[in-house]
Design a protein around this ligand. Structure first.
Ligand code: TXA
Ligand code: MG
Length: 315
């Protein structure tokens, strides 16, 4: 059931149930992060392997200290200035966090969502929420309550509707390795923002399924319809009757008569990020044989969007 009543969502969560919740990045599949039975349900609903750990969501930076060691000066500064927001910190966990959350790792991923409903919900609860993106494992992340309902609605009692996600792609995940700020997942907080804090940054490009080297699996965010990334539009077969196009700000005359979703006519990266997953879902619903797309310029949120397009194109 989709609704907007925080009390209902809170009651289900207290009872150990799994609830769809809005965040500013994507919708989450939330449960009490301190309750192993509830955590197990999240893995089951999402059909996610237990080796892939979950992010926990808390209300404010004081709460981070209840569950993890936030001691590094740079991370403290990032927490102060960029949280709440699309940033996740990977920190040494405290014992209270169940091993199921971290897949046995010593480190836990923590973030503070800025979405007002997520904030209100967290302030009613006396436990943190574990929440992966609310999609079946490997599929496109949801950015509306309806997306969640379409795929998981029959498996969970409630989806809290907070409208369309303002950011539209997942949080950026960072942690320290010695003096180096490591970016484990490119996301809604762009690298430009991070370079304002330090030049000593390593961006992990490789994807892996191992919990000690976080990030994401190579194939991810994938629609059922194959995606082909082209360098030039003339590589696409425009005579393919059941071909679709995902474009950024270009007007491509040769494909004017084809199915085409434009992520941002004005070339606005934030708008493109906000539209990305809904666009992929829409194209995937049209029963096409192929979706052609081109990578965005490697700047700003184009970097994180391209990361998702590349993974979506892996079969
Ligand atoms: O924006 C977001 O982060 C969304 C919203 C719902 O908060 N959540 C999200 O969760 O994207 P999920 O589970 O779809 O992706 C979390 C990623 C996974 O790739 C996982 O491997 C990594 O974070 N991760 C989580 N905990 C970790 C840990 N302790 N160590 C290493 N990687 C971790
Ligand atoms: Mg996910």
């Amino acid at each position: 059931m989709i609704g907007t009543t925080i009390d209902i969502a809170a009651a289900y969560l207290r009872a150990g149930e799994v609830v769809g919740i809005p965040t500013e990045t994507v919708y989450g599949l939330a449960c009490n992060a301190l309750n192993p039975f509830a955590i197990t349900k999240v893995f089951e609903v999402k059909e996610r392997p237990f080796f892939d750990p979950l992010i926990i969501h808390v209300k404010d930076t004081d709460q981070i200290n209840l569950y993890a060691e936030l001691e590094n000066d740079l991370l403290i500064k990032l927490a102060k200035e960029q949280m709440p927001g699309p940033l996740t910190l990977l920190l040494k966990k405290k014992d209270i966090i169940p091993d199921l959350i971290t897949a046995g790792s010593e480190k836990v991923a923590i973030r503070i969502p800025s979405h007002p409903l997520a904030q209100k919900l967290l302030s009613q609860l006396d436990f943190p929420l574990a929440a992966p993106s609310a999609n079946p494992f490997g599929y496109i992340s949801p950015t509306t309550a309806k997306h969640v309902d379409q795929q998981l609605g029959n498996k969970i009692p409630y989806i809290l509707d907070g409208g369309e996600c303002a950011v539209g792609i997942e949080s950026t995940i960072v942690g320290m390795e010695g003096d180096i700020l490591v970016v484990y997942r490119k996301g809604g907080l762009s690298l430009d923002h991070l370079y304002q804090y330090t030049d000593n940054i390593r961006v992990n490009e490789t994807s892996t399924s191992k919990p000690d080297a976080p990030g994401m699996l190579l194939s991810h965010y994938a629609p059922n319809c194959p995606i082909v990334i082209v360098k030039n539009w003339n590589e696409a077969n425009i005579n393919e009757q059941r071909g679709g196009f995902l474009t950024f700000n270009e007007k491509v005359e040769s494909i004017e008569n084809c199915t085409n979703v434009n992520l941002s006519i004005t070339g606005d990266y934030h708008e493109a990020a906000r539209n990305l997953f809904a666009a992929l879902r829409h194209l995937d619903s049209l029963n096409l044989n192929v979706i052609y797309t081109k990578l965005l310029p490697e700047e700003n949120l184009g970097i994180a969007i391209n990361d998702r397009l590349r993974r979506a194109a892996v079969k």
